[in-house]
Design a protein around this ligand. Structure first.
Ligand code: GAP
Length: 435
């Protein structure tokens, strides 16, 4: 039974060290979050799972890591300076600002009497700053609102250095920044967030085929990592929703407690970006196909996902409450690849006699996986704690272990226990985890 209220995971995240409000000791910094010891591991696992599927397991996609700050020319060419804006209205009574397209029947969400709104005006979402030692005098620079432009401006570099040819992709994982008018819903919409994007460059005639292909591939990625299919849907954009660069976009949406929300967009960006950067930079950004003797500007199909809201979706889908030994428990049934810790090593007692063997097992397993070590409190409490943070397996070292050189593996989902010789521990865990 996945979480039905956002608060269920917000509380768990705070209590267990997944996600904290940013700058909390100063009262918090609105809609910014810091990822704690467990959240930082899980967020990294989400991004690693994406890189594994999108780059490591393919021979037609390469990874880059481009700069966050960019000169105006990049965003002039990309169209973000002119077009990347939301329609903003002010309420004349409560003086709050809203996105016009998110208002129900132009009612003020604060429900003040006699609310009226100003005319909508375009509000550019990019953060602008200045580079240089003298405040106010440096060159204007922008923080990237999407990682995608890094792939377009490096298209020629990658083509020359990677020996790839269309169809091929350039992928990137990294931070993007948008001055969102209405951030909210925990880590769903924030001003600073991480994207996992891939630009797939194809011969123009193959664009529709690859669009279908990536819609299916991407939907399956979420299902394979444990989100039930009924909590996911794919929705094509109406013409009015399309971004300035898109000839067609479909969103992969997750059923959040407040309704369907976008996890990822798959867009047909045509040759818009390469043409624009070619025009503004006066550089050739095309491909010469020696087989057909043809020169063309590749079309682009772009699967673009958000790491943070995807992590929220994985947490919501994995959240469960059940009863074990007549006691209620909270359990995160996370896919092992996403779980912060894969294994926890638990000496049955704090007694010194169990420590050397327990530490030795921790040392051995932590070379393979992220492993927790917990010697505090009663063993039942420790199992519950690991269940609540999604650790798939606990390895318990008891007094018999000193004699029989065996330990107990306990499974999170079924709570079943199995005695395993220490000599076989690595291979048994490997087959249970699947990696
Ligand atoms: N390059 C295309 C692009 O950026 P997008 O739909 O604007 O497309 C892609 O963003 C993904 O980035 C979204 O599906 C979402 O998961 C994530 N994202 C966008 N804005 C976000 C925000 N303010 N907070 C968290 N994630 C965001």
């Amino acid at each position: 039974m996945p979480a039905t209220e956002l608060e269920q995971i917000v509380n768990l995240c705070k209590r267990r060290g997944f996600v904290y409000p940013s700058a909390e000791i100063y009262g918090g910094f609105r809609s910014s979050y810091d990822y704690g010891p467990l959240g930082s591991l899980m967020l990294r696992n989400v991004k690693d799972a994406w890189v594994r599927t999108m780059v490591q397991e393919r021979d037609d996609v390469v990874l880059i890591d481009a700069a966050i700050l960019g000169p105006p020319a990049v965003f002039e060419a990309s169209g973000h300076l002119a077009n990347f804006s939301d329609p903003l209205v002010d309420c004349t009574v409560c003086n709050k600002r809203f996105r016009e397209d998110q208002l129900d029947a132009r009612d003020c969400p604060n429900k003040m009497k006699g609310c009226t709104f100003t005319e909508a005006r375009a509000f550019n979402l990019m953060f602008q700053t200045h580079a240089g030692p003298v405040e106010g005098e440096g060159a204007t620079v922008y923080m990237r609102p999407e990682t995608a432009q890094g792939m377009f401006v490096n298209f020629a570099n990658v083509l020359q250095t990677s020996r790839k040819k269309p169809p091929f992709g350039i992928a990137q994982v990294g931070k993007s920044f948008r001055n969102e008018i209405t951030p909210g819903n925990f880590i769903f919409r924030t001003r600073e967030f991480e994207q996992m994007e891939m630009e797939f460059f194809v011969p123009p005639a193959e664009s529709s085929k690859w669009y279908e292909y990536w819609c299916n591939e991407r939907l399956n990625w979420y299902i394979e990592l444990g989100i039930p299919a009924e909590l996911l849907r794919i929705r094509a954009h109406d013409a009015v929703e399309l971004s300035h660069y898109s000839a067609g976009t479909s969103d992969i949406e997750f059923k959040f407690p407040w309704g369907w929300g976008e996890l990822e967009g798959i867009a047909q960006r045509t040759n818009f970006d390469l043409n624009r950067h070619s025009e503004f930079s006066h550089q050739k950004l095309d491909y010469f196909d020696q087989a057909t003797n043809e020169r063309y500007v590749p079309y682009v199909v772009e699967p673009a996902a958000g790491a943070n809201r995807t992590m929220a979706a994985f947490l919501l889908a994995a959240y469960d409450e059940d009863v074990v030994n007549d006691e209620p428990r909270t359990v995160l049934r996370l896919h092992p690849r996403l779980a912060p810790y894969k294994v926890a090593v638990l000496p049955l007692s704090k007694k010194d006699t169990l420590m050397p063997l327990s530490k030795q097992i921790f040392g051995q397993l932590s070379k393979l996986y992220m492993v927790d070590f917990d010697e505090t409190q009663a063993i039942g409490r420790r199992y519950r704690r690991q269940d609540e943070i999604g650790t798939p397996f606990c390895v318990t070292v008891d007094f018999d272990s000193l004699e029989d050189q065996a330990v107990t593996i306990r499974e999170r989902d079924t709570t079943t226990q199995e005695r395993v010789p220490i000599a076989q521990l690595e291979s048994v865990l490997q087959s249970k985890l699947g990696f």
